[in-house]
Design a binder for this molecule. Structure first.
Ligand code: SF4
Length: 582
């Protein structure tokens, strides 16, 4: 590392060369295996002549696997071996000083620093943060709003990983953003690229009267574990981890590569190994864009075991994941290939301890999920206190609104803001006597605390307004559909509408009651925005992959199609029948 890099990363523990080799990233100079600048020589050429003992064994195996695959490595893997993306800080600085965007494979590598060059959709950077558990403070939100005005597009987008991102960042502002985030204690290393993304948790952690256990502290612990273990970077593909405390707002843990879901063991089901109490069920392999939920492994963990186990799972994935085919590079495919038993055995070997297993029949699961609990005013666990879930239309917040929310949170709350995977935010700790004042303030700043059954569960990815992969204007269309459906139906049940612009499925269209997947549709001589329309998706207790019902529908025809299905539901449903069941 250069002195500058060391200074920037001074809060981190530096990984060993072994760890770097495991992650597939180049070994830096001054190591036993010096970097040479050539893909096949970086991690492979320096491999030990015979298998070493101890932790080095792991690196050696990883190197052998890479060697076996030879030049079948996909382009992104080759790029990672040409240049360690974690060592690009000075390069990004130089490029920003020159007012230039990255080119070629550097576009991909720069994502390791959370900076996405999003041309041709926009000739600018998008910057993704890392906010573990979606938690931030009022002073951070205020600072982020100021930074949005100084160096980005003057607004913030809440993502489906309870995270924030900037858009419209000019080339010469890239470093101002990265320095500014660090000034605000937001470390976004690994926010993009082949890394572990923002760790999510139940957004009502610690204030939910019904939750089993707090989970934001676990997401924060996982976040700092990642930042301080270099081998947690440079995975075969992106990776998601979530902690769900069993409360009223789901963390959608079953859509993650690793899901930790809180469960209870009652006295009658307890024994010496599992005394009565709260545990986490370990689930693996969720990736709804590939039509799969995380599946139970039978492993049951105490809260204090989760982070170490997640670290071991990632290490096994690092050396077993497919680095030749990006479409098959997620954890799901290792599990499909190996089966769960073999994978868990490898994790146990990595940990050096067996993982505790428990029959699912002994577990009590929470059934308190409320699909509208992220919107509006609700009582907290703390007597006399309420939280408010603020509606953010398709997740967007102007810098002015962000500043006003920060002020509101300081004046009437505890100075905390919590983001949710439903692309909105929560202000906790409001005294009951202040509720009306907070309502008035929200209305004054152009935000709401009530939402129709359509708008509460409206989720849209960036779409063609800012993503080169998008086939449709998802955010605009989502707003239009919510307006259209609200004006026609007064629903008494929530219907989630997920709009995603391409098969990457950032808005998880397969788990929406109604899921729209963007596509181009021929209309006369033109190709226009359209959608494949899916119905019947769900998560958690109502887990299900939406079924494709209408294919390649031009957007102009989508409102009428949805209206006809919802009309049929309202006319024909039996008492209490949900939209999914229908
Ligand atoms: Fe872009 Fe596709 Fe993700 Fe939408 S789903 S933000 S279009 S990559």
């Amino acid at each position: 590392f250069s002195e500058e890099q060391k200074q920037f990363l001074s809060g981190f523990a530096f990984g060993s060369d072994v760890a770097r080799a495991v992650s597939g990233l180049p070994v830096v100079s001054n190591s036993a295996a010096p970097a040479t600048g050539k893909a096949t020589e970086l991690t492979i050429g320096a491999a030990a002549p015979s298998a070493p003992a101890g932790p080095e064994q792991i690196a050696w195996q990883a190197q052998q696997e890479v060697l076996d695959r030879g030049d079948r490595l996909c382009n992104e893997e080759k790029a990672k071996r040409e240049k360690n993306p974690l060592d690009m800080w000075s390069e990004i600085q130089q490029r920003a000083d020159a007012g230039e965007f990255p080119k070629g494979t550097d576009v991909f590598l720069t994502k390791f620093h959370g900076m996405f060059y999003v041309a041709p959709a926009q000739n600018s950077f998008m910057c993704r943060m890392r906010l573990p558990g979606g938690l931030l403070t009022a002073w951070q939100l205020q600072g982020l709003a100021d930074l949005a005005d100084q160096s980005a597009g003057g607004y913030l987008d809440v993502t489906t990983r309870a995270n924030l991102q900037y858009r419209e960042i000019p080339a010469d502002q890239a470093m101002n953003i990265l320095y500014g985030l660090r000034d605000l204690d937001v470390i976004n290393l690994g926010a993009g690229g082949d890394n572990i993304r923002n760790c999510t948790a139940s957004p009502l952690s610690g204030i939910d009267p019904h939750e089993f256990i707090e989970t934001i502290p676990l997401a924060r612990r996982m976040h700092h574990y990642i930042l301080n273990h270099r081998e947690m970077f440079g995975l075969p593909r992106k990776f998601n981890i979530a902690f769900d405390g069993g409360g009223t707002i789901s963390a959608l843990d079953d859509t993650n590569d690793i899901g930790f879901h809180a469960v209870k063991i009652n006295e009658e089901n307890s024994d010496a190994e599992f005394p009565a109490g709260i545990y986490f069920q370990l689930t693996l392999g969720g990736i709804t864009g590939h039509c799969d939920f995380a599946r139970p492994t039978g492993v049951l963990l105490r809260a204090d075991q989760c982070v170490q186990v997640a670290g071991a799972i990632v290490r096994v994935f690092v050396r077993s994941g497919d680095r030749t085919d990006r479409k098959k590079a997620r954890l799901k495919y290792v599990l499909d290939d190996w089966g769960f038993e073999r994978f868990i055995t490898e994790v146990e070997q990595e940990l050096g301890d067996p993982l505790p297993r428990c029959d699912e029949a002994r577990l009590t699961k929470s059934t308190v999920e409320d699909r509208l609990a992220h919107i509006g005013f609700h009582a907290q666990k703390q007597p006399g206190k309420q939280y408010v879930g603020v509606v953010l239309p398709v997740g967007r917040l102007t810098s002015q609104q962000a500043r006003q929310l920060a002020l509101l949170s300081r004046r009437y709350g505890s100075g905390e803001i919590r983001l949710t995977v439903w692309q909105n935010l929560i202000l906790p700790d409001i005294e009951e006597q202040d509720v009306q004042r907070v309502k008035d303030a929200l209305v004054e700043m152009g935000l709401g605390y009530e939402a129709s059954s359509f708008r509460a569960g409206l989720v849209a990815c960036t779409g063609s307004g800012g993503c080169k992969f998008a086939a449709a204007e998802t955010k605009t269309h989502g707003m239009f559909l919510a307006d259209f459906l609200e004006s026609r139906f007064d629903l008494d049940v929530p219907i989630n509408l997920h709009l995603t612009g391409c098969h990457h499925s950032c808005a998880q269209h397969y788990i929406g009651d109604i899921g729209l997947l963007g596509c181009k549709v021929e209309q006369g001589d033109d190709m226009v925005d359209g959608y494949h329309i899916h119905f019947g998706g769900g998560w958690g207790m109502n887990q299900g992959i939406g079924r494709l019902v209408f294919e390649s529908v031009a957007f102009s025809d989508v409102p009428a199609k949805l209206a006809s299905v919802i009309s049929a539901y309202l006319q024909q449903r039996h008492d209490g029948e949900s939209f999914v069941a229908f």
